[in-house]
Design a protein around this ligand. Structure first.
Ligand SMILES: [Zn+2]
Length: 288
């Protein structure tokens, strides 16, 4: 399509997919991933795009209520193998609803994690960390500061204690019920930070070999963190998975909204599944 000759002609689903894949190339995705068009006809017209992290029922309803033609999400709804999408299946129900309303659905998952700018750059920037080298191996001859890959390692703009940095992470990421927790000496100074958006415990071993003071990621568990710390590993900050990745949605909406044919915005719904959090009371501290 020649945009200069037809500046106001409508975009198609195929055009929007091309814009997304220019920014978040599918070849950057992990081999196990399922990035791409989930439903939609490449020939259909798109004027209104909505962006969300997860395609929940509430997100699909919001996209349809907004008159969206295209919904871009981060998490592939059909990542785990399915053999059908009947309406009686929770995922099939959403796919049917979108198809009936004429909404195309695309998932940019690890392609967007690895890309520059991508999910990890957004997370690093929000926390005041320079988005440097990825945590995944950098091919020989490639500048680590521009290399694509999952995770980022960089310098914190202002050195501060783990206590202060944990408060900053909680303040700067979108709010969730259970907030942010950290493991390590609360008074140690944090200068160099590694981040991995979403579930990053598989990078604990990588981070152990790096000169970093803190690792920010999500979905951390008792044993991996305990063993990491006892092996001399850096402090870790554990955020809600949704909170570490949701900020990417604005980046993606800006990217698509820059095309004059498209109106793009974020669906401002918190799709973090956790709805309650209660700190332990001091009275419980004596109990085993
Ligand atoms: Zn994720």
């Amino acid at each position: 399509m020649n945009n200069s000759a037809h500046p106001t002609s409508a975009a198609t689903v195929g055009d929007v997919v091309a814009l997304i894949e220019q920014a978040y190339p599918p070849e950057l995705a992990e081999s196990w991933d399922a990035c791409g068009l989930v439903c939609g006809d490449p020939a259909d017209t798109v004027r209104t795009v909505r962006v969300a992290l997860d395609c929940t029922d509430a997100v699909a309803d919001a996209a349809i209520a907004d008159g969206a033609d295209f919904l871009l999400v981060h998490h592939p709804p059909l990542l785990r193998r399915v053999t059908g999408v009947p309406v009686t299946h929770p995922k099939g129900r959403i796919i049917h609803r979108l198809i009936r309303a004429g909404v195309a659905l695309y998932a940019a998952h690890t392609s967007a994690d690895s890309a520059r700018p991508g999910v990890n750059d957004r997370l690093a920037e929000i926390l005041g960390v320079t988005p440097g080298a990825p945590l995944t191996p950098v091919p020989e001859g490639v500048d680590p500061l521009t290399a694509t890959g999952i995770g980022r390692v960089g310098e914190l703009d202002t050195p501060m204690t783990l206590r202060g940095f944990t408060a900053r992470v909680a303040d700067r990421l979108p709010a969730t019920e259970w907030g942010v927790r950290a493991a390590g000496d609360p008074d140690q100074m944090i200068r160099r930070v590694a981040v991995a958006s979403g579930s990053g415990d598989s990078f604990l071993g990588t981070v152990l070999g790096l000169d970093v003071d803190c690792f920010v990621t999500s979905d951390l568990r008792h044993h991996p963190v305990d063993e990491h710390l006892r092996a001399g590993g850096c402090a870790v900050v554990d955020t809600a998975h949704w909170a570490s990745e949701f900020p990417w949605c604005a980046q993606a909406a800006d990217l698509l909204g820059a095309d004059p044919r498209l109106s793009a915005s974020v669906i401002d719904l918190r799709t973090d599944p956790w709805t309650l959090h209660h700190s332990s009371t001091s009275a419980g501290k004596d109990r085993p």
